[in-house]
Design a binder for this molecule. Sequence first.
Ligand code: G3I
Length: 438
Amino acid sequence: MGKKRKVISVIVLAVLLLGGLSVTASAQSLKSLSKQLRDLGREFYIGAAVPSNLGGSDQNIVTTEFDIMTCENDMKIGTISPNRGQYNYSGGDRVVNLARQNNMLVHGHAFVWHKYNPGWVDGTKSMMEEYITAVGNHFKGQIWGWDVVNEAFHRDGTFRINAIGSNGQDGASVFGQRQGKQYIEDAFKIAHRVDPNARLIYNDYSISTLDAKFNGMYTAMKDYMQRGIPITGVGFQMHLNPDFTEAMARSFGEKLQKLADIGLESYITEMDGGAPNTSTSGLEAQGDIYYWITKVALDQPMFKVLQVWGIRDSQNWRINPDAPEDKAVAPLIFNDNGQKKPAYYGIQRAMQEKIEELSETPTPTPVPTAEPFDLGDCNHDNAINIVDALLIAQNYVSLPVQNFYQESADVNCNGAVDIVDALLIAQYYVNLVPAFQC
Ligand code: G3I
C-alpha cells in the first residue's frame, strides 16, 4: 500500500469512527444515514415516488431526505405516449433534472404494465419494442434502474395472461394475450439492448405476503437467470396493511435470501403501509412495521433500495383508491403537514442500528479505499467485495452481467478474466490476499 493510500485509509477510518459515534443522534436525515451505510460498504439508497410538479416544501423534503426518486406517473406509457408515435417527456425530464441538480438517482417506472394503458397499446412485440426503444433511448444514461415489467403474475402465482374471476387484481394482460408469457423475457432483452448500464427490475405487489405469488414469480426468475435473461433484481411494491406482523417481515427476509441465492438483487419500490388508525399508538404500530421491514431488508446485502410511494399521507393513492380493498389510513412516513411520523423514525432507527453494527464489527470489506477502475472493483462501485467475485463468475459462465468492467477484473493480470480472478477476489475479501497489482 502506497503512502498516499495509507494516509487516505487512516482518514477514512477516522471519519467512520466519528460517524459511528454520532449515529445515535436522531436528527440525521435518512439520506445522510444511507450515505454512512455506503461508506461502510453497504450499498443502499433511500427514495420516494414523486410527481413532476413537486411543490417547494415537498421538493425540500425530497432533496433533504432521499437519494433516489421514482416518477409516480410521469414515466408511464399513458403520460409519455397517449397516442402512438407521440412522446411527451416533459414530466420525466423535470424529475431527471431535479435529480441531477441534487446528486440523486432516478428509478424508471415502468415500461410494460397491463394497467392504465392508452388505447393504442395492442400488446404486440413490435409495439412493445418500439415503445421501450424510444423511451429507453430518451432517458439512457439518466436512469439507475428500470421497472421493465410490472405485475406479470396473478395472486395464485400463474402468469397473468387472461383474467381470473372478476376481481380487478387478477385482470388480463394485453401483452400476455398477444405474446404469451414470452413477452416478459423479451421486454428484458429489449431493455438491456437499449440501456445496458441500467439495472433491470421485475416489479410486483403482494410478493412479500402471498407465498404462492412469490413462488410463481421466483420459479420464473430462476429460469430466466439460468438462461441468461438480463434481469438485475426484483422490486417488492409493499402496499401493506396494518395486519403485517414481525413474522411476516422475517418471511420477507427469507424471500430476499432466496433471490440473492440465484444472483438477484432486491428492492422495495413502492412502500406505503396503512396504519390501524391515526392515534399515537396506531401510528407507532405502523412505525414498528416500517422498522421490521427496513431491519430485515438491510440485513440482506443484495437488497439495495427502499422507496416510499409518495411524500405526505394526503398525497398517497391509497387515500382514495380505485378499488375499495386498497384503501389505507395514513400510509406514508410524513403526515399531511409534512411532519415526520413514527414510520419515518422506524426506518431511521433500523438504518442507525445497521450503521452501529457495521461500525462495531468492521468487516474485511476494504470499501473506502477502492477507487473505480482499481483492479478488483469490477462494477466500479468503489468496493472490492464478494459481488465483484460473483460478477466474474457469472461472466465466466457466459451469463450476461451489467455494470461489469473487464479491465478491472483481470486481477492476476494474466490476460484472461476467469474463475481464478473470482477466487482471488474472494480471498481478498476475507483478507487472505493483501492487494492486487500488475
Ligand atoms: O393528473 C390527472 C388530473 O389532471 C385529472 O384531473 C385526474 C382525474 O382523474 O387524474 C389525474 O391523473 C391521475 C394520476 O394518478 C395522478 O393523480 C390518474 O387518473 C390516476 O389513474 C393515477 O393513478 C396512479 C396509478 O398508479 C395509475 O397509474 C397513482 O397515482 C399511482 O400511485 C399508481 O401507482 C401504482 C404503480 O404505478 C404500480 N404499482 C401500484 C401503484 C398503485 O396503484
